[in-house]
Design a protein around this ligand. Sequence first.
Ligand code: FE2
Length: 281
Amino acid sequence: MMWRPEPGVFAPDDLDGLIWFYDMHGYATVRGLIEEDQLALIEAECVHAQNRVIAGELDERHGSTVFLDEAAKAERFANYVEYVNEVSPAVASAVTDPTLAAIMVALLGPDCWLRAHEQFGVVYQDARPGRESGYTRIGWHSDWQASPSLDIWPSTAFTIHIDGTSPANGFLRVVPGSHLWATPAPYRNVNGAVVPDGARAAGGRTTRTPPFAMPLSFEKVRGEVAVYAEPGDIILHDAYLWHSAARATNDTQRRRHVRGGYFGGARQPAGVAEFIKNAAR
Ligand SMILES: [Fe+2]
């Protein structure tokens, strides 16, 4: 069977197509930038780093539990490796790839910067439903909501997919076009997190009020779509986009990717650790 090109998926040399789709919908996928052998290296180095976090061999900053819903499980397992770009040359190379950087410049302007050594750097994520796991899924949020008092915005997040995604191992849910809405900071959320003083009331690519409130957790949202990835795909999404991640339906499967962001606003001062945890489960 011949597969037609999927909506929202672009070759690395189709910058115009990608920008067109991203500006309308708030996300797009780059397919074909990460070669198979490079992806194998990324996987090997990330798994090695993950094992070293579990063994207590890496500095603590690589294995904090800030994202985990059940931090106690971090003593037996590590769903995350933070600043993985500092311990994996293959990751460091992929996240600074000139083609990826050119896309980010087109989206965010010539002064945009990669969050490499601030906050949590580039993060390897291993989502799995097993009993050892502290990360299986994440509820509706925009990434901006995690740091509404910082001046680092706008931003575009990237996820480099080691595993392809499907309902079996979990997948990204997005609300196309929601990056255009001025979404309120999470004054009300399932974690009861306190929003810091100085936070902006709302964040979006325009000042338009959302047509309905962002749900608190995993509810179906009008207009949402699934965004599936093939191994090696890079999904880009806007920091103002409403998104969530569905839990795997197969208990033996994993969903691993490397994620990070480029920012178009002020560079983050060293030591700033503000981060409001979203609704991970
Ligand atoms: Fe997110």
